[in-house]
Design a protein around this ligand. Structure first.
Ligand SMILES: CC(C)(COP(=O)(O)OP(=O)(O)OC[C@H]1O[C@@H](n2cnc3c(N)ncnc32)[C@H](O)[C@@H]1OP(=O)(O)O)[C@@H](O)C(=O)NCCC(=O)NCCS
Length: 243
């Protein structure tokens, strides 16, 4: 498939130092952004499916997609919920705590943090989620949106778990939920574009459904077809089944 052209756009964005969690979103500037990475292409590209775009058979689950639910990670209780624009400072702070390797695996931009405007747009996506402590520290994010390379039925998935919280099951919780959410919104498959974390992402995706790796030299990625059972992976559904 033909690579989409690089695009330049002018946008008015709030400016906030990424390292300051308390920094208020103040001042406006015009930024000329050149971007071609996967995440930004999703966010700036074609509109993603909305919560109302799913098949009627999933309509009863729509309300559960952004509903908060609790998980236990180690000795800490976390809440996973739909992201909101006001999460920007906490999400930016989380990015500041991540290592370049983790950021590389998520964004593939040489280990750099994304622009604040890209984070803000991620938080506005219908299928954008944060995992946070009960005192408001965000430790992981997940997002799914239409994947411009694979058509409107495919959702690109982006997970980011802060280094200190990795390898404790949080990524699996998020992948399960975001896959269920994608199915409810009418996507038929999810696509992951990890950099060096292919093994970890593959282990998460095979839990959801049949997964294959595409060894494209420019853009290696994984496809997982979403079975109907993916709906059972929604966090609030699992929480309800377990209670
Ligand atoms: C990939 C990522 C989301 C996984 O989240 P996590 O919370 O660390 O993962 P979990 O603890 O739920 O573990 C999930 C599986 O991945 C495996 N895994 C985790 N880290 C791994 C690593 N560094 N190398 C190999 N496998 C790893 C675990 O063994 C586990 O599989 P198993 O239970 O079958 O043994 C997280 O490490 C991350 O944010 N990485 C950086 C960004 C990224 O790669 N995002 C994915 C882009 S789509």
């Amino acid at each position: 498939m033909r690579r989409p052209p690089r695009r330049e756009i002018n946008v008015n964005v709030p400016v906030m130092p990424l390292k300051s969690a308390d920094a208020s979103v103040s001042g406006m500037t015009t930024m000329k952004m050149t971007h071609c990475i996967e995440q930004e292409r999703v966010l700036w590209g074609r509109p993603s499916r909305d919560l109302s775009d799913g098949a009627p058979r999933h309509a009863s689950l729509t309300g559960m997609v952004r509903q908060p639910w609790a998980v236990r990670v180690g000795r800490t209780s976390l809440v996973i919920r739909g992201a909101k624009p006001r999460d920007l400072a906490a999400v930016a702070s989380m990015h500041a705590r991540c290592t370049p390797q983790t950021l590389l695996n998520r964004y593939r931009t040489g280990g750099r943090r994304p622009a604040v405007v890209a984070l803000e747009l991620q938080l506005r996506q219908p299928l954008s989620f944060v995992a946070s402590t009960y005192d408001g520290v965000v430790v992981a994010t997940a997002v799914a949106g239409v994947d411009g390379y694979h058509g409107r039925d495919a959702a690109v998935v982006g997970l980011l778990v802060e280094d200190a919280w990795q390898a404790q099951g949080l990524g699996r919780e998020l992948m399960s939920h975001v896959s269920g959410a994608a199915l409810v919104c009418g996507y038929g498959e999810i696509i992951g574009y990890p950099a060096t974390s292919v093994t970890a992402v593959q282990r998460l995706m095979i839990d959801v459904g049949r997964t294959r790796i595409v060894t494209d030299p420019h853009r290696p990625h994984l496809h997982t077809y979403l079975p109907e059972s993916a709906a059972l992976g929604l966090g609030p559904v699992r929480e309800r089944l377990a209670s």
